[in-house]
Design a protein around this ligand. Structure first.
Ligand code: NAD
Length: 293
């Protein structure tokens, strides 16, 4: 029997965390959103409000549904505020040591029967589970960006994940109105195992001067019917996240075909992380995005 999930904690209120809080609250779950500071939480709440309001103006949801969803979201600056959640989804930065520290602190306060999930894009669920006190109640619930729009969620079992946890996660995702794809616990799972090498190759194509930013994106939009060019998409995902995923693939599969492009490394070192820092392969500070190469 799947455990009943009513209250959901979300650790990290960045682009993924605010999206997960949005869809969970809209589906009627009580949500507690956590981040490092009240400023981060305030800006996440403003984004959720504006995304819900956009859905109202597009007649996807009613004003009443938006107001109810907002009322379902509480905020917690400390993990203590998540103690009575039935499910906690960690979606902080893609750094294993950060996630491990979070799990360590979380396990000290979270009720023992609660399920812990990570939204990691690439890190081993089995390894993350081993940093908790409950590997059998640990699972990968990997949402796609932007969460309110994308239909798919990958579910990844660690070696110890039990059936009740898998069933509860599956039921939770179903209540959000999303489809699941079940992936084995190998680096970057299914979607990113395929998507990120393509993005990395697009960056190599730029690095080697085969085409400029505009040509590469137009080529894949018009020539392969991708809704977004790969460099636009990299900016959308976040170049730091893209680099972390390539590093996990490179280290985890020990194959040189996953070598992160040095140009990607350079952009990240510059702090040009894509849309979230207003500059990446495009500069977003003006009215229209302008290619930076
Ligand atoms: P982001 O940079 O937008 O947000 C990360 C948030 O985590 C920030 O608000 C940060 O302040 C917060 N944070 C950092 N350390 C924290 C801590 N110790 N406690 C609480 N909060 C903390 O990143 P994102 O794009 O939302 O990615 C988050 C996770 O989701 C990563 O693991 C990433 O791999 C995964 N993911 C990202 C995408 C994507 O397209 N961006 C898609 C699927 C999964």
């Amino acid at each position: 029997m799947a455990a009943m999930i009513r209250k959901v904690g979300v650790i990290g209120s960045g682009q993924m965390g605010n999206g997960i809080a949005h869809v969970a609250a809209l589906a009627g779950f009580d949500v507690v959103l956590n981040d490092l500071s009240s400023d981060q939480l305030k800006s996440a709440m403003a984004i959720i409000n504006s995304n819900l309001s956009r859905q109202v103006s597009k007649k996807i949801i009613t004003e009443d549904a938006r107001d109810k969803a907002l009322a379902h979201i509480g905020q917690a600056e400390s993990l203590d505020g998540l103690a009575d959640c039935d499910l906690v989804i960690e979606t902080a930065v893609e750094k294993e040591e950060v996630k491990r520290k979070i799990f360590h602190a979380l396990c000290a306060v979270l009720k023992p029967e609660a399920i812990i999930a990570s939204n990691t894009s690439s890190i081993s669920i089995t390894r993350l589970a081993s940093s908790t006190d409950r590997p059998e109640r640990f699972i990968g619930i990997h949402f796609m960006n932007p969460v309110p729009l994308m239909e798919l969620v990958e579910l990844i079992r660690g070696i110890a994940t039990d059936d009740a946890t898998f069933d509860a996660a599956k039921a939770f995702v179903g209540r959000l109105g999303k489809q699941i794809a079940v992936s084995e616990d190998f680096p970057a799972f299914i979607v990113n195992r395929i998507l990120l090498p393509m993005i990395n190759e697009a960056i190599y194509t730029l690095y080697e001067g085969v085409g400029n930013v505009e040509a590469i994106d137009a080529a894949m939009r018009l020539g392969a019917h991708h809704p977004m060019g790969p460099l636009e998409l990299a900016d959308f995902i976040g170049l730091d996240t893209c680099l972390s995923i390539m590093q996990v693939l490179h280290e985890g599969l020990a194959d040189s075909k996953y070598r992160p492009c040095p140009l990607l490394v350079k952009y990240v070192e510059a702090g040009w992380l894509g849309r979230k820092s207003q500059r990446g392969f495009y500069d977003y500070r003006g009215e229209k995005p302008v290619p930076t190469r």
